[in-house]
Ligand binder design. Sequence first.
Ligand SMILES: C[S@@+](CC[C@H](N)C(=O)[O-])C[C@H]1O[C@@H](n2cnc3c(N)ncnc32)[C@H](O)[C@@H]1O
Length: 166
Amino acid sequence: MMEQRGAETGSTACRVFTFKDAKAPQESLSVCIPEVLDPQYGMYVWPCAVVLAQYLWFYRDQLRGKAVLELGAGVSLPGVVAARCGAEVILSDGSDKPMCLENCRRSCEANGLQDVTVLGLSWGDVSPDLLLLPKQDIVLGSDVFYDPEGHFVCLKVCSSCNSSPC
Ligand SMILES: C[S@@+](CC[C@H](N)C(=O)[O-])C[C@H]1O[C@@H](n2cnc3c(N)ncnc32)[C@H](O)[C@@H]1O
C-alpha cells in the first residue's frame, strides 16, 4: 500500500491511499480520503483504519454484493474501500456527531460513491434507524474499542443487525 498527499481545500486535505497486489500487478485501487484539520476523533484516518482497509483489499473478492455496515466511521477509509470493491455499504457515526457524518458524506463524494447510505447510529441507542437496518453481512469498526464501555454496545449493534464484527 502506498500513501500520498493530495489537494487541499479550505480546512480539508485529501490523503490518497493506493492498494496493490504483488500477485496480481494489474489490479490496484486508489481512494482519496479528505481529512479535516481538527484534532477531534473522526476527523482523520486512524492507523487502525489503514490496516482494516488493507485487510478488506486483500479479501476484495469476497466483498462484491455484501451488505457492509461501518460503525464510528469518521472519514470512512475502510467503508470506502469496501464500497469501491463492490460491497453495499452503510457508513455510520454518532447521531450527535454531525461533523463526523459530514466527513462520511465528503469521503463518498470524493470517491464518486453515490449509493452509499450515511446514518447517525450512536452505540447503545436503540433508534428507529438501527431497528430498520436490513441484515448486514459484515460490520466494520476501526479504532472503536478504545473505551471499554463501548465494547458491549458495539457488539449489541452487531447482534441487532445479525452480523459478525470485523
Ligand atoms: C478513534 S475514531 C476512529 C475513526 C475511524 N473509524 C478511523 O479508524 O479512522 C472513533 C470514531 O468513533 C466515533 N464514536 C465515538 N463514540 C461513538 C458513539 N457513542 N456512537 C457512535 N460513534 C461513536 C467517533 O465519532 C469517531 O468517528
